[in-house]
Design a protein around this ligand. Structure first.
Ligand code: CO
Length: 218
């Protein structure tokens, strides 16, 4: 792949032709097989930030990861886009793991920490400000501004995992088949490392079900 430069756009179609040639050199039926269907093991919900190269940082190949990205990896309660992805990935593709992956240095989380009017972005960022409000005691006790920012990135990831757990499609699937798992990760772009926050989703599910239980009644 060509390095990202200012004239990257002009390179795209040439890069694509090279990619096709490389794939076919390794396996002449590569695209025939790719076209047959997908069976991804992971649903990855990440930030749209251009540096969060979802498949690349996991070493994933086409067909292995179902991906949804938006500003600050939010799973909103009325976001038809994110919820449709979760519904389809769990209900139809039957992924084994749902991953919410935030990243340190997230511009959306930073904007949510700074009171200002950003027009159409206001309702989106409010979802992250709501995470701040929910964890205000912990966050305000952190004196160092950078550490507080990093912690809000982590807490936002955990709250979005909780939003996945609140969905009916997750509850039905997990309570029946004990799958998928829900994982909270943070990508540290300063080192390239994926950090596992060891989110205990099974314990959180027990708490969530006390209020958000959506199993069908018979
Ligand atoms: Co971001």
């Amino acid at each position: 792949m060509a390095k990202q430069e200012n004239n990257f756009y002009a390179q795209v179609f040439a890069n694509n032709r090279k990619w096709i040639a490389d794939k076919l050199a390794g396996d002449k039926d590569y695209f025939k097989r790719l076209a047959l269907g997908q069976n991804p093991e992971i649903l990855f919900i990440g930030c749209s930030d251009s540096r969060v190269a979802a498949e690349e940082l996991m070493g994933a190949q086409p067909g292995e990861v179902f991906v949804h990205r938006n500003i600050s990896n939010v799973v909103g309660s009325t976001d038809l886009n994110a919820l449709s992805v979760v519904e389809y990935a769990i209900g139809t593709l039957q992924v084994k793991h749902v991953v919410v992956c935030g990243h340190y240095g997230c511009g959306g989380v930073k904007a949510a920490l700074e009171p200002q009017d950003l027009g159409l972005l206001n309702p989106w960022l409010r979802q992250i400000r709501d995470v701040y409000r929910l964890h205000r005691a912990e966050l305000d006790a952190i004196a160092d501004a950078q550490k507080r920012y990093d912690r809000l990135v982590e807490l936002n990831v955990e709250e979005q995992c909780i939003n996945v757990i609140k969905t009916a499609v997750f509850q039905k699937s997990f309570l029946k088949d004990r799958t998928p798992s829900v994982q909270a990760w943070v990508f540290d772009m300063a080192t390239g490392q994926l950090v596992d926050l060891h989110f205990n989703f099974e314990q959180r599910l027990e708490e969530i079900r006390q209020i958000y239980d959506l199993r069908p009644r018979h």
